[in-house]
Write a protein that binds this ligand. Structure first.
Ligand SMILES: NC(=O)c1ccc[n+]([C@@H]2O[C@H](COP(=O)([O-])OP(=O)(O)OC[C@H]3O[C@@H](n4cnc5c(N)ncnc54)[C@H](OP(=O)(O)O)[C@@H]3O)[C@@H](O)[C@H]2O)c1
Length: 183
């Protein structure tokens, strides 16, 4: 099993984010996920079993665009969108090989992720999950067939609704004719 877990947040307006730090975030949360998966997969496929768990985030689904309590997060959320899309398509590609891939998408979890200078900076009323519960969901997930594991999601059909809507949008946007509003 490979768990791609390393990551950090850069919650701030994009123009205030150091470009080197943004590049480091992409190196850790995109390039490393891709390179480690690529390195681990051949042996897993040869053995006919294995699992890759890519720690993504609920923010890979973006959340409200200008929500007053959600942080500014363009680079962080975009790296996690990569992780979720990469995991979902890779899982589909590996069907029948015995190798499973999961995008683990927690919301807020009680870890040092939210500390600044060693001190937690979470708002008092924010809903926080314990790390053990995220792990429990993740390890239950593959055996229930969840490629995207959302540890706090009660109604699983909400996820299928997103997948269905995304597929419908893709089909509707594939025409050869310019949409009337652009003519
Ligand atoms: N906590 C949340 O609310 C939350 C929610 C959704 C998703 N996530 C995701 O969960 C994953 C784990 O985060 P966490 O909550 O456990 O945070 P954490 O307690 O801050 O742990 C982050 C881990 O990533 C490693 N790491 C950070 N920067 C790195 C770098 N530049 N190079 C290599 N390793 C680095 C850290 O290693 P060192 O200890 O050696 O620095 C540490 O092991 C991340 O991918 C994060 O995006 C977290």
């Amino acid at each position: 099993m490979l768990v791609n877990n390393a990551g950090f947040q850069t919650y701030m307006p994009f123009v205030d984010l150091s470009i080197d730090r943004a590049g480091e975030e992409i190196a850790v949360q995109v390039t490393a996920v891709m390179r480690l998966s690529h390195a681990a997969l051949p042996a897993m496929i040869a053995r006919g079993e294995g699992a890759i768990i890519n720690v993504s985030s609920m923010l890979s689904f973006r959340g409200s665009l200008n929500h007053p309590f959600l942080p500014k997060r363009s680079v962080y959320a975009a790296t996690k969108a990569f992780v979720t899309t990469f995991s979902e398509l890779l899982a589909a590609e590996l069907q029948g090989t015995g190798v499973r891939v999961q995008a683990l998408c927690p919301a807020v979890v009680r870890t040092e992720f939210h500390d600044i200078d060693g001190k937690p900076v979470l708002r008092p009323n924010v809903l926080v999950m314990e790390p053990a519960d995220v792990v429990k969901a993740s390890l239950a997930g593959p055996w229930q067939g969840d490629t995207i594991c959302i540890s706090a999601l009660e109604e699983r059909e909400r996820l299928s609704a997103v997948t269905d809507a995304s597929r419908a949008l893709f089909d509707a946007g594939r025409g050869a004719e310019l949409a009337s509003r652009y003519r």
